[in-house]
Design a protein around this ligand. Structure first.
Ligand SMILES: Cc1cc2nc3c(=O)[nH]c(=O)nc-3n(C[C@H](O)[C@H](O)[C@H](O)COP(=O)(O)OP(=O)(O)OC[C@H]3O[C@@H](n4cnc5c(N)ncnc54)[C@H](O)[C@@H]3O)c2cc1C
Length: 399
């Protein structure tokens, strides 16, 4: 295999977005992926508005929306079982739910269709370095070891990336590592088109049950992506399995019984471990990490699909500058880290404020639900301001 300018490891949302924009910027790119698309990804399937401009630029927004279900508001249920619903005003686009099995395949195809070189069934094992500078990727391909050469490696192979760990990007804190369990349920009651977050006394540090609608049935019930999200520290204290928590919630809480009491699990429950919250180094000499491989997952809700795509696009821009300058040094790539901080820093700062003052404790969720139901203006921002806490000026600025 000939040497490429850029090798992207991982063909998921972060990697494929990065590959798409690298290709549009005229770079010589190879994307490698261990799986074959379509492939599943355990997720709540929630797409947030900051992804839409990127999808539009990629020419696939309509394709994605055609297979997505609109969620027109957010509902919060507190541990007393009180519920607050906030519908999006007309100027705000709805959130959408799209099974990742379908969504990721559309994004991956958009990248491949630009004409990049693409190898699936290639499992990257390590970054090859020479005199402290990355110069390629070693991996398993058709059962044999294969070395691929390049000037710049972009790691987009998701959470628990061994290659990010090899580069020293990886650091874990049990208060910021979440476990997620996800299942699809038919016949969910009490939900129409709101994405619902349910808090119970057993959760702390931002843990919750989510129910994201993905379709309506003729009998008026909803098909939902349902899951439990809980920190490693919280899970350890509870001494329950993730499945036990979900069934406990269904069998012992009023909301759980209303939602899932008569619902049917379609397929099986699947779990995943998700480190969040530590945004340490995401680059070194000849390497940049995007999306989950760079821990760019919000430390309150665990959302990371949007940040994966945003960081993938940013990495492509910096890769283009590095290729033009023929400079892949750590110093040159500082630009990547600086841009990530500029674009996503205030978002992560805002999310930490939500976690510290709002969703981290059952009592503050109760106060928030009461605030919304008493007609308090401005939802989360208004609630936090009523307590003298200000969010950063421009959370989630996606330039
Ligand atoms: C339970 C749960 C619920 C979530 N819910 C939401 C949600 O509702 N909304 C949201 O925005 N985010 C959510 N997230 C987070 C979201 O799924 C991730 O942030 C997002 O998928 C990150 O995209 P990525 O491209 O960085 O990584 P991934 O989507 O993980 O893609 C990585 C790709 O790299 C490939 N790969 C892995 N290792 C190798 C290797 N060694 N060599 C080659 N290829 C490799 C994988 O096969 C995969 O295709 C959730 C996460 C979990 C765990």
């Amino acid at each position: 295999m000939r040497k490429h300018s850029v090798i992207i490891v991982g063909g998921g949302l972060g990697g494929a977005t990065c590959a798409f924009f690298c290709s549009k910027l005229g770079l010589d790119v190879l994307m490698v992926e261990k799986d074959q698309f379509p492939r599943d990804k355990i997720c709540g399937d929630g797409l947030q508005a900051p992804m839409y401009p990127i999808l539009k630029e990629m020419g696939i927004l309509d394709d994605v929306l055609a297979v997505s279900f609109p969620n027109n508001g957010l509902a919060y249920v507190d541990s007393r079982k009180e519920r607050a619903v906030m519908y999006f005003p007309p100027e705000i686009p709805p959130h959408y739910s799209c099974p990742r099995y379908i969504y990721d395949a559309i994004v991956n195809k958009a990248a491949v269709d630009t004409g990049i070189d693409y190898m699936d069934n290639f499992e990257a094992l390590e970054v090859i370095t020479r005199r402290g500078q990355a110069c390629g990727v070693r991996g398993l391909y058709n059962g044999s070891l294969l070395d691929l050469e390049c000037d710049l490696v972009i790691l987009a192979n998701g959470s628990h990336s061994m290659l990010s760990r090899q580069m020293g990007f990886y650091e874990e804190d049990p208060d910021y590592v979440f476990y997620g369990l996800r299942g699809y349920f038919d016949g969910v009651r009490g939900i129409k088109d709101e994405s619902e977050f349910v808090y119970a006394d057993i959760f702390r540090d931002g843990g919750y049950v989510w129910l994201f609608p993905e379709g309506r049935s003729e009998d008026g019930t909803t098909r939902c992506n349902v899951g439990v999200f809980i920190t490693e520290a919280n899970l350890k204290d509870l001494d329950m399995t993730m499945e036990e928590i979900l069934w406990w919630w269904r069998d012992n809480t009023k909301t759980g019984d209303q939602r899932l009491g008569k619902a049917n699990l379609v397929g099986k429950l699947e779990g995943w471990r998700l480190p969040t919250g530590k945004h340490q180094a995401v680059h070194s000499a000849g390497v940049m990490a995007v999306g989950d491989a760079g821990n760019m997952i919000d430390q309150c809700y665990g959302g990371g699909a949007g940040t994966a795509m945003i960081s993938g696009k940013i990495a492509a821009g910096i890769a283009s500058e590095a290729v033009k300058a023929n400079d892949f040094s750590k110093e040159f790539l500082n630009k990547y880290e600086d841009t990530i901080e500029k674009v996503l820093g205030s978002f992560f700062e805002g999310v930490q404020i939500w976690r510290d003052h709002l969703f981290g404790k059952p009592e503050t969720v109760i106060e928030f639900v009461d605030y919304v139901n008493s007609g308090g203006p401005g939802a989360m921002t208004g609630y936090l301001m009523s307590k003298g806490i200000e969010l950063p000026a421009e959370p989630y600025s996606s330039k």
